[in-house]
Ligand binder design. Structure first.
Ligand SMILES: [Zn+2]
Length: 268
């Protein structure tokens, strides 16, 4: 079994673009926990819930009052806009500003330590570049000090490097189940969402990468999981996760926490 975590992959967009490696034969949306502070799914919380099978709130950074306040303001504002049916953001919400604010929140110094055990801890499971394990968020370290252009450039490099790491490692024997993770398309979407064409191109590239990976692992079960989607109108996370698989999964996952037992049943 090969599980690929694609951070922020929007299932609806993948379907709209008819990307068959991303959407595979079977797919569906996933319930994910919403961060109590931001009111949106936040990656450390959702991936922790995926790995442990339990909802366990985790944050990249301490929710200091100023960061929390910014997010409450943004999410309230966006909800109000959606309610009013007006999705355009006013000019003070420039891409640079939003990227900066999200950069503050996504400024990955270190993923927090998990206290609960995860399916990766099982001796028959291994990981590649997985959050909470070997993932290195160093490209995000000084994100907020960069210009938008430099940030985009740094993320492009990170994307290429992470793809190579995963492709290389996927060919080696690694137990009955493997979890590989890449911080895309999320990171790309955060800095390019005002240029939808660039985002679409990125999805096409991701689809090609996944096709290569599917060929490389030749595994009978290939599962893609995403922790949330992305709203290209607002530049913020959308509320549902997504999964796809090349075989029907039984039971069909409806929540991000369902994969924990699915993996353990497969490897035991
Ligand atoms: Zn994000």
């Amino acid at each position: 079994m090969f599980l690929l975590g694609l951070d922020g992959l929007d299932g609806n967009l993948a379907k709209l673009l008819k990307l068959k490696h991303l959407t595979q034969e079977h797919n569906g949306s996933l319930q994910v926990p919403l961060d109590p502070i931001y009111g949106l799914p936040s990656s450390p919380t959702v991936w922790a819930s995926f790995l442990t099978g339990k909802v366990t709130f985790q944050h990249w950074v301490d929710p200091t009052p100023s960061v929390a306040k910014q997010f409450i303001a943004i999410s309230k504002f966006v909800k109000w806009k959606v309610f009013k049916g007006k999705m355009r953001l006013p000019s003070r919400f420039t891409p640079r500003r939003i990227a900066k604010q999200l950069g503050h929140a996504c400024n990955v110094k270190k993923w927090p330590k998990l206290t609960e055990s995860t399916f990766v801890d099982h001796p028959n499971v291994s990981e590649i570049n997985s959050v909470y394990y070997s993932y290195r968020g160093d490209a995000f370290l000084h994100l907020t000090t960069l210009s938008l252009g430099d940030m985009r450039c740094a993320l492009k490099h990170k994307y290429e490097r992470d793809k190579t790491i995963i492709l290389k490692a996927s060919g080696q024997p690694r137990g009955k189940a493997i979890f590989a993770y890449i911080h895309f398309p999320d990171a790309f979407q955060h800095v390019w969402w005002t240029h939808p064409h660039q985002v679409y191109q990125h999805y096409v590239n991701l689809n090609m990468f996944v096709g290569q990976l599917q060929e490389a692992v030749e595994d009978e079960v290939f599962i893609i999981v995403s922790d949330h989607g992305f709203n290209v109108e607002t530049g913020l996370h959308s509320l549902k996760g997504f999964y796809s698989s090349n075989v029907p999964l039984n039971p069909e996952p409806v929540s991000i926490t369902d994969f924990h037992s699915l993996v353990l049943e497969h490897v035991n």
